[in-house]
Design a protein around this ligand. Structure first.
Ligand SMILES: O=C(O)CCC(=O)C(=O)O
Ligand SMILES: [Fe+2]
Length: 347
């Protein structure tokens, strides 16, 4: 945890005269360091791109979703219904907050280091213990749904349209998330509202992550390997690559596609689909020359919701029922460590 009154952000480390070496807390053990990504042209390394627009038949669309979810647990979507200008706008206000505001101004929005997953500007979301290796990342987390959690006065006041853009983006991403959860349910022969109803009220967070350029990208990670805890994450990147998805013991780089939205299945989707669809293990690497920006929109259930495999799907049940709040607590105490948390639920 941070020392009160002395918050450290990766951006301030990167801007000091540390041009040649990163502080030791950021150096990953050998086995976690990013080796050369093999992102060849082989078909099994091509992340699916699904077109949601047009008048494609639902069974064709669901076939594409099923194959992407089975093989990857992640896929790009285009013609998703969110305007491209809104994607551009949120990328713009996100980088402006990190790059145009002085550190002292940004720190006025610092998250509460005593409460895990609190809203605001931080750098240590996934740190389970004091000796954990640190991610080369700063972020701003916004609580956006349910509306009772949404309080734009806690978000940046610069650039002036920042809060308005986040609100609009939040609303549009929720619509897309519900649509995708419907298609995912249908693609498994479940009623289209199955997952949405099992989730109950949707809890949505938007995390803008900023990865300053790093003097030793070969030794560090922007974000350690993990799967997301909730149901579905919708992610966009700016033009610098860095997100990687694990596939057959290899890391595949996700190309930043400016018009597309990247869909990542979380652990609760793996549980409810009884493992037919697996959550995607992913991480972010750093860049030696350029800073990188991503915006991830998470969709989770309330902490009191029980999640269990849909009856009759791929029997017998392979996961224990879990109370979502317990799952989150275990994640924050033990750290993500790949998929260790969901593995603990395997029957
Ligand atoms: O920066 C990225 O592309 C990954 C972000 C991510 O995986 C997360 O915030 O959970
Ligand atoms: Fe993630």
């Amino acid at each position: 945890m941070e020392v009160a009154g002395a918050p450290i952000r990766v951006q301030s480390i990167a801007e000091k005269d540390l041009k040649v070496a990163v502080p030791p807390q950021y150096i990953q053990p050998q086995e976690n360091r990013p080796s050369k990504p093999s992102n060849g042209n082989a078909n099994d390394h091509k992340i699916p791109m699904i077109d949601l627009g047009g008048d494609k038949q639902v069974d064709i669309l669901c076939g594409e979703i099923r194959s992407a979810c089975t093989e990857w647990g992640a896929f790009h979507v285009i013609n998703h219904g969110v305007s491209i200008s809104l994607l551009d706008e949120i990328r713009k206000i996100g980088s402006s907050f990190f790059e145009d505001l002085p550190m002292a101004e940004k720190l006025r929005y610092a998250y509460d280091s005593n409460s895990p997953a609190s809203e605001g500007y931080g750098s240590r979301m996934l740190v389970a213990s004091d000796d954990a290796v640190l991610d080369w990342r700063d972020y701003f987390d916004h609580h956006t749904f349910p509306l009772s959690r949404r309080n734009p006065s806690r978000w940046p006041h610069f650039p002036p349209n920042y809060r308005e853009v986040i609100e609009q983006y939040s609303d549009e991403m929720k619509v897309l998330a519900v649509k995708l959860l419907g298609l995912i349910s249908t693609s498994l022969g479940l009623p289209s509202s199955y997952i949405e109803e099992a989730m109950g009220e949707i809890y949505q967070n938007i995390t803008v992550s900023y990865y300053p350029s790093c003097p030793q990208p070969e030794l560090t990670l922007g974000l350690q390997s993990h799967s997301d805890m909730g149901f579905i994450t919708l992610l966009i990147q700016q033009n610098v690559a860095g997100l990687q998805v694990s596939k057959n013991d290899d890391w595949v780089t996700v190309d930043p596609e400016s018009h597309a939205i990247f869909v990542i299945l979380g652990d609760q989707t793996e549980i409810i689909t009884n493992g037919v669809y697996k959550s995607a293990v992913h991480r972010a690497i750093t860049n030696g020359v350029k800073a990188r920006l991503s915006i991830a929109t998470f969709h989770d259930p309330a902490k009191t919701v029980f999640v269990s495999p849909a009856p009759g799907l791929n029997p017998p049940p392979r996961y224990h029922e879990v109370v979502y709040g317990d799952y989150v607590s275990s994640w924050y105490t033990k750290g993500p460590n790949g998929k260790r948390n969901i593995d603990a639920l395997l029957i």
